[in-house]
Write a protein that binds this ligand. Sequence first.
Ligand SMILES: Cc1cc2nc3c(=O)[nH]c(=O)nc-3n(C[C@H](O)[C@H](O)[C@H](O)COP(=O)(O)OP(=O)(O)OC[C@H]3O[C@@H](n4cnc5c(N)ncnc54)[C@H](O)[C@@H]3O)c2cc1C
Length: 423
Amino acid sequence: MDALPAGLGADAPIFDPAAFRLTGQEAALAARARAFGQAVLAPRAARWDREASFPTDNYRDMHGNGLLGICIPEDEGGLGAGFRAYCLTAAEMGRYCGATALTWNMHVCSTLWTGALTEDLDMEPAVRAEHRARRQRHYDRILRDGAVYSQPFSEGGAAAAGGVAFGTTAKRVPGGFLINGKKIFASLAGHADFYGVLCTEVREGDEKPSRRDTLYLAIPKDAPGVTVEGEWDPLGMRGTVSRNLVFRDVFVEEDAALMPPGLYFQAALRWPHMFMTLSPTYMGLAQAAYDFTVKYLRGEWPGMPPVKRRMYPTKQIAVAEMRVMLEQTKALWFQAITDARPDPSKEQVLRAWAAQHTVMENAAALAAKAVRTCGGQSMLKSLPLERIYRDARCGSLMLPWTAELCIDRLGREALYEKGETDD
Ligand SMILES: Cc1cc2nc3c(=O)[nH]c(=O)nc-3n(C[C@H](O)[C@H](O)[C@H](O)COP(=O)(O)OP(=O)(O)OC[C@H]3O[C@@H](n4cnc5c(N)ncnc54)[C@H](O)[C@@H]3O)c2cc1C
């Protein structure tokens, strides 16, 4: 158990295990993340933010406490968390350090997408056997060496939103692939050991690249032809170090494949909740904004004079409104992460978009309301609320399910059944 700084009581769970009927595994993993977050992540978070530096120390400790392998199946050496268990655990991490939780998500997806998710997808037995053997190499690196994976797919065009094929290409050559292209906003750039790149396999004679030919390949950080470019000095989520990655004739072996050809395309169609994994960080930030407000108005924030502000009716109304928004956010999000499965119904997909939109927009709204309610001193950089406020503003921008795109799809899909047009 990680020790808390003197005078600090342990935080209550975001999702009470009895009230939300969590499994024993979910409750235990969330408790592990909460204890670690409060004792280890929270005291360090201001530093990564101030320096816009990567939280390397956190990753070393997450290797030590097993969290790097949270979604690696138990019989392959990991903690065996499924989608919902991961989401609940990640929300507790996001509560204490947004940048660590968000980058950890990129890493975890390289194991969740290749692990639990692929069990639900169709593969020929021989392909599945080869996939399992390959992923074990990646999992061993993570469990044994503490290897960290990232997930660069954004390119600045319509590909990351799922509209067209990725512009980064992979061409088959003897023994493997040659990769060319550029990724923007590549969190963990320069810090991950492997970049889990989504790219399009192109062949001689192909008329036009197809999303069906998406490959998911792990490119070693030091492979010849890989460069990290550009500055990173953003508004929020500063510790993610999301610089540009450029690949010029980068060779990777066949075994670099994190998924067999065609499987990512199948996953994106049949397991759409896979794109919700960026939301837990922001669920945690929403809770953090609320927690801060209550402690601050009660005059209980550590290191601050014990001045109470809770007796003003306007503050009470603001906290009540924040609580309503937080409960709405939690309830919808919990239902959506519970819905996650292969081939969800249309209702479940609409709810997933509604939940993603709600978490991302409400995290920012709750943080803004917290600053307004707590007042001037609360936005000093010596307190975490100012960072929570800036980090929370980034959630709505995360492709492929940005807040705008969720609204766009919800409106269209609610009004049109498959194949319907107005002609
Ligand atoms: C802190 C942070 C960390 C990130 N980390 C990663 C990472 O690790 N890996 C990664 O791949 N990406 C990452 N991203 C990138 C992110 O997912 C987006 O790709 C990026 O913010 C897009 O920026 P853009 O200026 O290209 O926006 P645009 O793509 O121009 O989008 C701007 C807005 O237009 C809308 N839009 C975009 N495409 C469409 C469309 N086809 N139809 C309708 N509306 C559309 C969306 O609502 C979007 O918000 C990160 C972003 C941030 C802020």
